[in-house]
Design a protein around this ligand. Sequence first.
Ligand code: ARG
Length: 442
Amino acid sequence: QAAGIRKGRFKEGMAPEFAAFNASIGFDKRLFEQDVKGSIAHVLMLAAQKIIPAKDARKIEKGLQEILEDYKKGCFVFREDLEDVHINVEETLRAKIGDVAGKLHTARSRNDQVILDLRLFVLETCQVVKNDIVALMSALVAKAEETVDYILPGYTHLQRAQPVRLGHHLMAYYQMMLRDFVRFESSWVWNHEMPLGSAALAGTTFPIDRVLVATMLGFSKVSANSMDAVSDRDFVLEFLFNASVVMMHLSRLSEELILWSGPEFGFCELPDAYCSGSSIMPQKKNPDACELMRGKTGRVYGDLIALLTTMKALPLTYNKDLQEDKEPVFDAADTVQGCLRIMAGLIPGIKFNRNRMLEAASDPSLTATDLADRLAREGVPFREAHERIGALVRAGSEEGKKDSSELPTPEEMVDARDHVGGTSRRSVLEQIRTARLFLEQI
Ligand code: ARG
């Protein structure tokens, strides 16, 4: 720990193994830019409010700008013995401009600093993730348009149910991604609170201007309660939940692609660029990218559950437990971004096997609903029609006979579902058109 923090109160130094255990610099160095930006806004406010002399503030600001430059050039040296990113910045500033650096920490605590940094990080990450979601949505729409005339069985219980257009199936994933996008967008409200000024927990005795700091940092409001501000991690949990739902969606798509690309389905071939081979079986082409996305979903859920558990029963206000918030966020952010990009890269290269899909969709049992509908339209109560057709299907499968004359074709069946949200060609093209309008104005 920085000597400065221990100088007054402590007689002895930290046990080396405790120093290592206590330190967060190994991971919170990732908040470097956010930390320096926050300090610059804070010191400008201290000067504007005449809490510290303007000339000291200028020295501090200049020093911080230089530190930021050094960092961007890759020549900022992090010291493991300086506990965390906040102390690293402060001590480097002291080495640069002398003891006046100590005035930066007036009216502030690491408790409000760390939450500011994390808020800025999550806000920036949401923006990146939203862009990645949009890229995947575009890839789905393009593939849906390309394959609108491909017809495959739709499944329930993984049993062939009714024929659908492949474009309709792919646009179902577009809808999931659209909800993910909106979910990240609407978390903005909770993220947009500027916590500085809360200091350790109770606020500060200095005449600070919190709105000025919020304006400088681009926040739309300041937090309303200092105790809540330093101990609230709801926005982090919300980010982790949103990331978990994205992963859940990606895992479902991954699972279908894994099934479809195997010979039992044979509905598609995944691009070589996203598959790997076997070290022993020369024939293998394995869907590793999809399997990894499916597998990594568990990790992101773990990140969410880890932080929920950390937060459980935590008394107000800051407790060191809260240092455990950062690694799950970084892990989830990297994982969800990585997976979204892999999926968006993989989709354009999928080759769907139109004939194989049509063959499966031409299974006569898939006409059962439409035949029952036909009877119902002739006045037979639907429940009775259902029973009559069901008995026919059973007799048919027992005798193994396939009388397909007069049965509706897969194409007739999909196009008969011609309403908003249905699988007709017109409906799917309408979904695609609406999606394109959304993507164009994003
Ligand atoms: N490294 C700490 C964290 O990540 C920063 C806040 C430290 N505050 C404190 N009271 N020790 O949470």
